[in-house]
Design a protein around this ligand. Structure first.
Ligand code: DLZ
Length: 173
């Protein structure tokens, strides 16, 4: 797994056209945020919830949960999809490269884990996990100069729920 990243050329990666994304009225969405690196994950959580609200999702249809670390996002999303009726889960975390291989283990486990949960339940599980070399890179993507990955996660969730509903069941191509 690569542990370095190229400089991002575009400035705000999270800009979106509200007219081009589905309205979220009636969508039920869970947002799970890791407690590690809270200055980053809290900002992403705020960005995600605001974007959902701005695009029609009712306050009562948004369920916010916390988990200790990014590694726990897999278990929490599995529990939510197994036990509740949610249309999508947005998973927010931030892993900073340290001097140990913990970074690789967490990133690998959570990306594969969330993929498995999504496939198992046939529901969007959104990977809003920052995997950065430095804290500054993370802050730049959590409401800083490169936008907010929580906002992008919310937009992705709305698009994927709409896709899920549009596909429907047993409809001929
Ligand atoms: C242990 C650990 C480390 C070293 N770094 C991070 C991190 O940068 N970001 C994060 O969200 N969590 C980290 N954790 C905690 C793990 O995600 C997990 O909570 C513990 O290993 C317990 O399962």
């Amino acid at each position: 797994m690569p542990t370095t990243s190229k400089p991002t050329k575009k400035k705000d990666l999270s800009a979106y056209d509200a007219a081009a994304i589905p309205n979220g009225e009636g969508f039920k969405i869970a947002v799970i945020a890791a407690e590690w690196n809270p200055e980053v994950t809290d900002a992403m959580l705020q960005g995600a919830v605001k974007t959902l609200r701005d695009n029609g999702v009712s306050k009562d249809d948004i369920r916010v949960m916390r988990v200790p670390g990014t590694f726990e996002l897999t278990t929490a999303s599995e529990l939510l999809l197994e036990r509740t009726f949610v249309d999508a889960v947005i998973c927010i975390g931030c892993v900073i490269q340290g001097e140990t291989r913990h970074f690789e283990f967490i990133c690998q486990a959570v990306s594969q884990g969330l993929t498995n949960v999504a496939i198992k339940h046939g529901k969007p599980v959104i990977f809003s996990v920052l995997t950065c070399d430095t804290m500054q890179q993370a802050l730049d993507r959590a409401g800083g100069r490169h936008g907010n990955k929580g906002v992008e996660g919310a937009v992705t969730a709305l698009k994927m729920i709409a896709l899920d509903r549009n596909i429907g069941y047993d409809i001929p191509f």
